[in-house]
Design a binder for this molecule. Structure first.
Ligand SMILES: *[C@@H]1O[C@H](CO)[C@@H](O)[C@H](O)[C@H]1NC(C)=O
Ligand SMILES: *[C@@H]1O[C@H](CO)[C@@H](O)[C@H](O)[C@H]1NC(C)=O
Ligand SMILES: *[C@@H]1O[C@H](CO)[C@@H](O)[C@H](O)[C@H]1NC(C)=O
Ligand SMILES: *[C@@H]1O[C@H](CO)[C@@H](O)[C@H](O)[C@H]1NC(C)=O
Length: 366
């Protein structure tokens, strides 16, 4: 299956690089779509359901683009960092690229050493989504993208019908709703929005002087391959403690093994069973622009990643992105949950619908 998928991916690249019209699994053309509400603009592509830019005024009223990305679709086809994408079927890592569910052993595509990362080589970030509905202007501009994931795709069981909705809400709010319905087999599902934020502006250099605060007293402990050991430990006394706001760079040099932050926070209150309740997850502020962002989610966890492996990546306007040029707040289920019964379950049974709400609220401080 993954061989077929890889060929298909090559075909997409070939078609695009010859400047033709691209058709994905679903038949939608790969394109660029905009959502616009006054001076708040979000640009997306249905290739990987990706956010390409988020533009809003800084403290001086000057437009700032606060996510990393590329100017053209062609460059997105080459991307290895999941810039702005929806990642899945299972975001983050699955140890040993395998799991057992209802007595059946599943082998996945190992694309990160011996592990699976972000759904495999041809995850949801690398497929073409259907554009179901697009309303560019109005009080609530929105776009609905869908993807029909098939039984055996990258090794995962069962057909899965996925939709993501991006919507602009007043004023300077960006909502994301991720949904997935298992059609015929039980399967793990863990979708995450993988934007690389830099509230100082995508071309403003590193984010080390920006302030973050996380509403998470614990994190999931990992081994040297970033696979969870199963332990959920307090952040107290570690460089992971952002219960009070601190500069991102205040203790980052202590994390030399991972070249920066790359861990999953267990958000406070995650044990509550109601998966529709929104929790405040993070607050971020850049004094370069005066732009702040508040993130709330219905997901139990949040991977915090400081773009440690982004190196010499030529992005928008030819600006070259380097390590620590962005932060990702990937709200999601816990990594490798399918192999850890003590983690909140990510299993969706046939007929059930997985739902993940994510809200970004922006403010500008004078
Ligand atoms: C994609 O990557 C290849 C190999 O690194 C490079 O030669 C090519 O120019 C890239 N294409 C684009 C559009 O960036
Ligand atoms: C993958 O697993 C094999 C066998 O256990 C081991 O020899 C190898 O070092 C592992 N590779 C990585 C990148 O961890
Ligand atoms: C699953 O998807 C395949 C196409 O990928 C389709 O032929 C089949 O009818 C689907 N089955 C169900 C139960 O949705
Ligand atoms: C924040 O930025 C403002 C305006 O550029 C500047 O006057 C102020 O000194 C900065 N504050 C800090 C703590 O860097």
């Amino acid at each position: 299956m993954s061989k077929f998928s890889f060929l298909f991916f090559c075909l997409i690249i070939t078609v695009v690089s010859f400047g033709g019209i691209v058709n994905g699994h679903g038949g939608s053309k790969v394109g660029i779509y905009e959502l616009k509400r006054g001076d708040f603009t979000v640009k997306l592509t249905n290739f990987g359901a990706r956010i390409m830019s988020v533009v809003l005024p800084d403290r001086n009223g000057k437009p700032a683009d606060v996510v990393l990305g590329y100017d053209s679709i062609k460059e997105y086809l080459n991307d290895t960092s999941s810039f702005g994408a929806i990642v899945g079927r299972v975001a983050n890592r699955i140890g040993g690229a395998q799991f057992t569910l209802n007595g059946i052993h599943y082998k996945l595509d190992a694309n990160d050493g011996n592990n699976t990362l972000h759904g495999g080589r041809l995850g949801f970030n690398k497929v073409t989504w259907n554009v179901k509905k697009h309303v560019k202007y109005g009080p609530t501009p929105f776009i609905v993208l869908s993807y029909d994931s098939f039984d055996g795709e990258e090794g995962f069981p069962g057909n899965l019908s996925v939709t993501v909705t991006y919507a602009l809400l007043h004023p300077y709010k960006l909502g994301v709703i991720m949904k997935a319905k298992a059609l015929n087999k039980a399967t793990p599902v863990n979708l995450a929005a993988h934007s690389y934020w830099n509230l100082g502006g995508h071309n403003s250099g590193d984010i080390l002087s920006d302030e973050v605060q996380f509403f998470a007293s614990r994190y999931t402990v990992v081994d040297s391959h970033l696979i969870p050991t199963g332990k959920i430990a307090p952040v107290k006394g570690t460089p992971f403690d952002f219960l009070k706001h601190h500069k991102v760079g205040s203790r980052i040099t202590e994390l030399s093994a991972t070249l920066g932050y790359d861990l999953n926070y267990a958000l406070d209150g995650y044990e509550k069973k109601d998966n529709k309740v929104m929790k405040l997850a993070a607050m971020v502020y850049s004094n370069k622009t005066g732009i702040g962002m508040k993130i709330s989610t219905s997901a139990p966890g949040m991977q915090f990643y400081t773009a440690n492996h982004v190196k010499n990546v030529k992005g928008k306007g030819g600006y070259v992105y380097q390590p620590h040029s962005a932060y990702c707040f990937e709200t999601q289920g816990f990594p490798d949950a399918v192999n850890h019964p003590n983690f909140p379950s990510t299993i969706v049974n046939p007929g059930q619908v997985y739902t993940h709400f994510l809200l970004h609220e922006f403010v500008t401080k004078i």
